[in-house]
Write a protein that binds this ligand. Structure first.
Ligand SMILES: [Zn+2]
Length: 237
């Protein structure tokens, strides 16, 4: 082997990487039996658990081709979390940087699309019809040109997530808490309008931070005439 060309890192199996990281984080504890598995998850999550003295790591198969340093970073994150050890920023950074790579993001989205089954209710709520609201806003603010995505009500009545646009399923989901008789349509309209703007303004992935509400987005949102009243209504939910 050429001197200094490869570190041992590149010749380790995933189990060996986890064993090494384990020794680093828990030097006084004997390394438990380890099993690392790549699973066909619908997203980029990975899991670790300790079961009858055995460490079981399940990694998204999105990472099965990831470079060893990325696998090592994930090992630090997972083992660190399991034993509540501080995780060095370097590892978090390295892992995030990899997931944020354009090709990796693209693949993650494809996988979500293909594997992720999503429950999407129909547009008809008890009091509001989301198709009607969408088309009303479409005509009023988008010259009727916006293609209608799937529209549905959330299962739960979330106050913190009043709506979201899911690009991998091309769906806008509105919180069921807005489907209330006493609530003026304006509140639902505003939430829908906000989500429609997400269809128009893609997320800015420049650098590490995802910028969801860009300046253009904020400007466009101001065109909603009763923005203030709508926000007031939502505050009082
Ligand atoms: Zn938003």
């Amino acid at each position: 082997m050429a001197e200094g060309v490869q570190s041992s890192l590149f010749f380790e199996t995933p189990e060996e990487i986890y064993a090494r990281v384990f020794r680093e984080l828990k030097p006084r504890t004997p390394v438990p039996e380890l099993r690392v598995e790549f699973c066909r998850f619908a997203n980029a999550d990975s899991f670790i658990r300790l079961e009858s003295g055995r460490l079981h790591v399940r990694i998204t198969d999105l990472l099965s081709g990831a470079p060893a340093p990325v696998m090592e970073a994930l090992a630090h994150i997972l083992v660190g979390k399991l034993y509540r050890k501080p995780i060095a920023r370097m590892y978090k950074h390295r892992y995030r940087l990899y997931l944020n790579r354009k090709d990796v993001r693209r693949q993650a989205q494809l996988v979500r699309q293909i594997r992720g089954r999503k429950f999407i209710s129909g547009p008809q709520g008890e009091y509001f019809n989301l198709d009607e609201i969408f088309e009303r806003l479409n005509a009023r603010f988008f010259d009727g040109l916006m293609g209608r995505p799937q529209l549905g009500w959330s299962r739960g009545r979330s106050r913190t997530m009043l709506g979201h646009f899911d690009p991998s399923h091309n769906a806008i989901i509105i919180s069921r808490i807005l489907d209330q008789k006493a609530l003026p349509a304006l509140a639902v309209e505003y939430v829908m309008f906000h989500e429609m703007l997400h269809l128009q303004h893609p997320v800015d992935h420049a650098g590490l931070r995802r910028r969801v509400h860009t300046r253009d987005f904020r400007e466009a949102e101001k065109k909603f005439p009763q923005l203030k009243e709508a926000k007031e209504l939502l505050k009082r939910l």
